[in-house]
Design a protein around this ligand. Structure first.
Ligand SMILES: C[S@@+](CC[C@H](N)C(=O)[O-])C[C@H]1O[C@@H](n2cnc3c(N)ncnc32)[C@H](O)[C@@H]1O
Length: 530
């Protein structure tokens, strides 16, 4: 977190007569004359917008940051200055000064604090209520710029040279307002913003959600829990975690890191960068053994993999993995081709065909793995549901059908258990919210759907089968599992992906629509397999 002194002491602004103010001797020793026209202009027009920083010692304030404002105040004959005690130790004065001179970016807290101050000064609003002035009575109304008005917000951005627009500043002010109103809260929305976990839009959305839930009477608020009755996100490396003792998995579906294809972050535990494909295969299979050992006798494991080429040579990564799995005694069922529409084209210098598929390797715990052969009757009820529409279902009840189920039905009717499955990647990827970490390698949420429909027992009122993904990423598989009525558990190395996944899983639970699922089920024809 950005722990600079300004943030720690932002509530201690006080006004001092100029004769009690001096430039800190250490700063004086290194300061050079600078142009001060622009500061003179704004201070003359709007008075002092930002407090000077320094140390208050025995009634004298020693400036460490704000020398120009002090010089201008003297020149203009201003009697007082707003000061902020940063209590910098003598040892740190030069370092803090240098850093402040080099600082090219304000922290979000600084932006919000300066802006609040500036908005107040410009509008001479000291007498008015801060809340209505800034437009915070209805935090969720992002058009509400309060009595200050959008123009003053815009002017503030301009004067403070903020790198954001008025609408974002208003959202940032809402976050600050929320933090000020809930002192000692542990939500850390502003810290998340400072740490780059999300952007202003997302931070603002968290505040709006929080307020909504508070008004609904929630006493304990966890916006996106890491664990509920239906799902769990395990944060850590699959190589280190221990699964709960009584965990029994019905299906593992995963898309692990491919060999030397993409960096997800800088954690040394990230897999995929081993010296050779053989070492990669050994490490990958070692880590897959953890959930595989918890598979039920009827369970299946699906591993989606792509190939890697090096200077025109195919590294046979897929073959290495298959052989390693078989060596460990896994029951190898099949290699399914996932025909993709959106593979990255290779350059003409590579003398091979354009890539258009990946594989899904199917392993089982035993030959008794669960299997349901089905097809969707195409001539049945017209299942026209479009995104966001209210659909009048067969039972006459007006309810909302998420787009997921329309895609599910289409994908299931197009993939009648052939060993080449076709899933359009782009149209069925999970949509991300603005400001959230966008996972770079999500697969289609419909890919696991085909396999779960066939190889995972149907959920009943008594038992919801458990689906597991050891390389969770952006939780595509988890969303599919929850939307199909299963429980889900997944492991992910990076905090940023854990955050995104928690949101996706929590929202999927809310979107789960059993009636839509039943409708698809009702259209399926099963053939008993001997
Ligand atoms: C290909 S992505 C998974 C994408 C996922 N199927 C989806 O659609 O969102 C692989 C994920 O494995 C994670 N990962 C890498 N090394 C890991 C490790 N040692 N333990 C757990 N996760 C790891 C990466 O951070 C990345 O998010």
């Amino acid at each position: 977190m950005n722990n600079n002194n300004f943030m720690k002491h932002n509530s201690q602004v006080f006004v001092l007569p100029l004769e009690h103010i001096q430039i800190h001797p250490q700063v004086l020793s290194i300061s050079k004359p600078k142009k001060m026209d622009h500061i003179e202009y704004t201070m003359e027009k709007y008075k002092q917008l930002m407090p000077v920083l320094g140390n208050l010692v025995d009634g004298t304030f020693y400036i460490t940051d704000g020398v120009l404002r002090y010089e201008v105040a003297k020149k203009l004959g201003m009697p007082t200055l707003k000061c902020l005690d940063a209590s910098t130790t003598d040892k740190d004065v030069i370092r803090v000064r240098m850093t402040s001179n080099q600082r090219s970016k304000m922290s979000y807290m600084e932006m919000a604090t300066y802006a609040e101050h500036t908005l107040g000064v410009i509008g001479k609003s000291q007498g008015k209520k801060r809340k209505s002035w800034l437009g915070m009575e209805a935090i969720e109304d992002d058009d509400n710029f309060g009595l200050a008005g959008k123009d003053l917000y815009e002017l503030t951005c301009h004067l403070l040279d903020l790198p954001i627009k008025a609408s974002s500043l208003r959202k940032l002010m809402a976050v600050k307002w929320f933090e000020d109103e809930n002192p000692g809260n542990n939500f850390g929305i502003m810290s998340g913003l400072e740490e780059g976990n999300y952007k202003i839009d997302k931070a603002y959305q968290l505040v709006v959600d929080f307020n909504f839930k508070k008004n609904e009477g929630y006493t304990e608020i966890d916006l996106y829990p890491i664990k509920t009755e239906n799902y769990e996100v395990i944060h850590g490396s699959i190589e280190d975690i221990t699964l709960p003792e009584n965990m029994e998995i019905d299906v593992i579906f995963t898309s692990p890191v491919y060999y030397k294809l993409r960096r997800y972050g800088d954690d040394p535990n990230e897999m995929g960068w081993e010296k050779t494909p053989q070492l990669y295969a050994e490490r990958l299979v070692d880590s897959l053994m953890t959930p595989y050992n918890r598979l039920k006798e009827t369970g299946s494991m699906f591993v989606n993999l792509g190939e890697t080429y090096d200077k025109g040579r195919c590294l046979a990564v897929i073959e290495h993995v298959v052989i390693e799995m078989v060596k460990r005694g896994m029951f190898y069922v099949d290699r399914i081709i996932w025909k993709k529409d959106a593979n990255k084209p290779i350059s003409n210098q590579n003398h091979r065909f354009q890539p258009s598929y990946e594989v899904v390797l199917h392993f089982a715990k035993s030959k008794n793995y669960y299997f349901d052969r089905f097809r969707v009757k195409k001539d049945d009820i017209d299942y026209k549901i479009s995104r966001g529409c209210k659909d009048y279902g067969w039972d006459g009840v007006n309810y909302f059908v998420p787009n997921f189920y329309k895609q599910l039905r289409t994908v299931l009717s197009e993939n009648e258990l052939h060993d080449i499955v076709t899933v359009q990647t782009n149209s069925s990827r999970i949509k991300h919210v603005v400001g959230e970490h966008h996972h770079p390698a999500t697969f289609s949420q419909m890919l696991p759907a085909i396999f779960l429909s066939t190889f995972c027992p149907k959920p009943t009122v008594d038992y919801k089968p458990l689906v597991f993904d050891p390389f969770l990423g952006g939780a595509s598989c988890g969303r599919t599992a929850l939307m199909m009525g299963y429980r889900f558990s997944g492991v992910e190395l990076y905090e940023k992906n854990v955050e995104t996944s928690k949101r996706i899983l929590a929202e999927s639970l809310k979107e789960f629509e059993p009636r839509a699922l039943n409708q698809i089920e009702a259209e399926m024809v099963y053939e008993l397999v001997a």
